[in-house]
Write a protein that binds this ligand. Structure first.
Ligand code: SAH
Length: 458
């Protein structure tokens, strides 16, 4: 069939069977080879669909009626699932989500990585996959009745009020509700992005899962915060676990949440949390994994794959605030961490001190430049761990790994497609991918994290 002409027309009703799920969570049906993407459908289901958009090679449909339901279909427990867009998979039961994520990873490894005989384990999921996030960043808006705080309606700038988010730890919900009430009490105006005026832009909350400590960040348009003293007192009164109240000023017309200026209004600059035995100081803007329970699972797996005995030199590239580095340092001779954000490296050094870890060094810079320099200085790691952002590793970095010839490479990835691409390069450079472990860090969303381990071929 020619791809030029679509076999369906806009507004046509069609009966389809869904075969697959995309990485964005839409179901895929094929009509004479033509792909129709339908949000909220599930593989194996039969449904009536209304065609809403027809492109050359593919189209979009709206689910009208499910005529044969999947055994994995679930009733989304969240009342705002349809409008919010923060979660994409609540209509798929948790077992189905874990299976789907594993399948996605192994397909991508085959298709992009040309890796056919790699063991991809069952996704490691949570025993209770709700209320897991330790950080909320909630936009604020003005309505007739006062301030509302919630979420952007899917594909829009309209903020919808929210009382509770089922993937947030309850404490974060409580902070948002409390700050909303206090801001209303003192007539603090919400920021209006169209007119670029008003005061409160976002409420950001961070919660130490192990310590119970709370941080409240008020992101405001200017430095001024009306009734500051009362606001602080009322927050402290209502939330006894608050250890830090911080103001961040963002005067730009932007949808980036934070501005450059952060001041402590009350309490500490940091709250603390633990992953395993390691204590971390977390400031308003520190990068810190949002699912603490699964982070432990992920790092334990990375540590297991590194097979450390205490004698090894290890490099942790893209190390952030040193989370993985410090985990590894407990079992290695020496760890070198490298990261591009200077504040993150300052945090990494502070965290090393906090835990009396002396066998870790941290460098600020692009990993693809610092690693060749380390190589020129004679550093020969036994194990290299990488944990890059979604775009994956830089070519130059992969080449340096191949030159450094570590026994083992542990690749932590938040994007299966770039993982597959990079594994292929390492395979061509003399490595063998041994196994891949998907870990579910973000239940009910389409994201999946992976740890892969490669060994040098003899
Ligand atoms: N391993 C850390 C952070 C991983 S996130 C953890 O688990 O907490 C990826 C990190 O890579 C981010 O901190 C980002 O700032 C950093 N980064 C992005 N590009 C980089 C580059 N070219 N060189 C070094 N670090 C980089």
């Amino acid at each position: 069939m020619s791809k030029a002409k679509a076999p369906v027309q806009k507004n046509e009703m069609v009966d389809v069977v869904f075969e697959d799920l995309t990485h964005e969570g839409a179901a895929v049906a094929k009509i004479d080879g033509y792909a129709l993407f339908v949000p909220k459908g599930l593989p194996g289901e039969r449904a009536k669909v209304k065609v809403v958009k027809v492109n050359k090679g593919y189209g979009f449909g709206r689910l009208i009626e499910i005529t044969e339901s999947s055994e994995h279909r679930a009733t989304p427990p969240c009342p705002i699932f349809e409008q919010c867009g923060g979660c994409q998979l609540q209509h798929l039961d948790y077992e189905g989500q874990l299976k789907q994520k594993r399948k996605q990873v192994s397909n991508v490894l085959e298709r992009i990585g040309k890796l056919e005989d790699v063991t991809v384990h069952e996704t490691l999921g949570m025993s209770d996959p709700w209320r897991y996030r330790n950080k909320a960043q909630v936009p604020v808006a003005e309505r007739e009745g006062g301030l509302v705080a919630g979420f952007y309606q899917e594909r829009s700038h309209r903020i919808i009020d929210m009382e509770s988010c089922l993937i947030q730890q309850e404490e974060n919900d409580q902070v948002v509700q409390t700050v909303k009430a206090i801001a209303n009490r003192y007539h603090i105006r919400a920021y209006d992005e169209q007119k670029h005026r008003g005061t409160l832009r976002h409420v950001v909350t961070r919660y130490g899962h192990k310590t119970g400590e709370l941080m409240v960040v008020l992101v405001t348009k200017g430095k001024e915060l009306p009734n500051k003293k009362n606001v602080i007192n009322d927050i402290r009164q209502a939330l006894p676990n608050v250890k830090s109240i911080v103001q961040n000023v963002n005067n730009k017309r932007t949808n980036v949440i934070f501005g450059e200026e952060t001041t402590v209004l009350w309490g500490e600059e940091y709250i603390y949390d633990y992953i395993g035995e390691i204590k971390f100081a977390i400031s308003a803007r520190s990068f810190y994994q949002v699912n603490p329970e699964q982070t432990k699972v992920l790092y334990d797996k990375a540590l297991e794959y590194a097979k450390l005995t205490g004698k090894e030199t290890v490099i942790d590239a893209y190390c952030g605030i040193g989370t993985i580095s410090l985990f590894l340092a407990q079992r290695a001779r020496h760890v070198y961490g490298v990261e591009i954000v200077p504040e993150a490296i300052a945090d990494a050094k502070r965290n090393a001190k906090l835990n009396h870890i002396e066998n870790a060094d941290f460098a600020v810079g692009e990993a693809e430049k610092v690693m060749p320099w380390w190589y020129s200085q004679g550093i020969r790691p036994d194990v290299i761990v990488v944990d890059p952002p979604r775009k994956g590793c830089d070519e130059a970095l992969l080449e340096t790994i191949i030159k450094m010839k570590p026994e083992r490479v542990v690749y932590v990835s938040c994007n299966p497609a770039t993982l597959a691409r990079d594994l292929k390069v390492l395979e061509e450079g003399g490595y063998k991918t041994k196994e891949v472990q998907p870990v579910d860090m973000f239940p009910h969303t389409t994201h999946v994290e992976n740890v892969a381990v490669l060994e040098l071929r003899n």
